[in-house]
Design a binder for this molecule. Structure first.
Ligand code: HPA
Length: 270
């Protein structure tokens, strides 16, 4: 793994000398943040050694380097999902690379379904914790102590200080937000009503198909995480309607400017 990372770093450093302090992952329909970045380099995933290739509509495959909120950032415009068929280790490889590029905070975003009955479509949820329902874990297998410990602590998967800063920023701008628990499933099916009910019962507020593998790998390397979910549909009894990926993208795009504002100001405040 370390050799692979070295090869990828060498390729990237030949293209850009930008030393990012923050890494950002843009979820489904949430790519608009890239317009706010003063872009210094944009590298297609397909040209980066050891990077998987994104296959989903609404997910652009570029690693973007530039400046946002007065800081150097690296942003993944398009992420990799377990349901695309990648191994957990493959889809989280970019987190390893970003950590070695020097980032000190990982910001994750995603589109999710709300299972908390108080939630509404278009809500922003700051993730305070997660439940991994993927029946897999990116740290299964031989552990490389050069990357992190065999057993990773997850008592504060999402950094409390950063959550508090982001909450203050949202309040300052009168942006309605929730703070909740994100449950990760593999997809690619959306949930049945019984599954939504189960996910709510075990303590989640929202459900989606990403973020948790990335957060686990970040925590393995002691990298602080901050995650935001955009609620695109409701898995709440009486409110469940048929949904499609296109509707998720459309719903996310509407909320995206608010999420972008929070992230931009959060980075500026660091
Ligand atoms: N379930 C799982 N993933 C999702 C959903 C959902 O309802 N909405 C957006 N991503």
């Amino acid at each position: 793994m370390l050799k692979k990372i070295e090869k990828t770093l060498e390729y990237i450093r030949n293209i850009t000398k930008v030393k990012p302090e923050v890494g950002i992952i843009l979820g489904t329909g949430l790519g608009g943040l890239t317009k706010e970045i003063d872009i210094k380099a944009s590298i297609p995933y397909k040209s980066i050694p050891n990077f998987p290739i994104s296959t989903v509509k609404g997910h652009k495959g570029h690693l973007i380097f530039g400046e946002l909120g007065g800081k150097n950032v690296v942003a993944m415009h398009g992420r990799f999902h377990y349901y695309e068929g990648y191994k957990m280790e493959e889809l989280t490889f970019p987190m390893r690379v970003m950590k070695f590029l020097g980032i000190e905070l990982l910001i994750l975003s995603n589109a999710a379904g709300g299972v908390n009955p108080d939630y509404e479509i278009g809500d922003i949820m700051i993730v305070k914790d997660h439940i991994n329902l993927m029946s897999n874990n990116p740290l299964i297998g031989r552990n490389d102590l050069g990357l992190g410990p065999r057993f990773t602590d997850m008592s504060e998967a999402y950094d409390k200080k950063i959550i508090s800063k982001a909450s203050k920023i949202a309040r300052h701008h009168n942006i309605k937000f929730q703070t909740g628990v994100y449950a990760a499933v593999t997809g690619p099916t959306f949930e049945t009503p019984a599954e939504y009910k189960y996910i709510r019962t075990i303590g989640a507020d929202a459900v989606g198909m990403s973020t948790v593998p990335e957060a686990i790998v970040a925590r393995h390397m002691s990298l602080p995480c901050f995650a935001v979910s955009v609620i695109c549909d409701l898995g709440v009894e009486g409110k469940i309607v048929e949904i499609s990926h296109d509707e998720v993208i459309d719903a996310a795009s509407v909320v995206e400017p608010k999420m972008t504002l929070i992230i931009k100001e959060l980075i500026a405040s660091l």
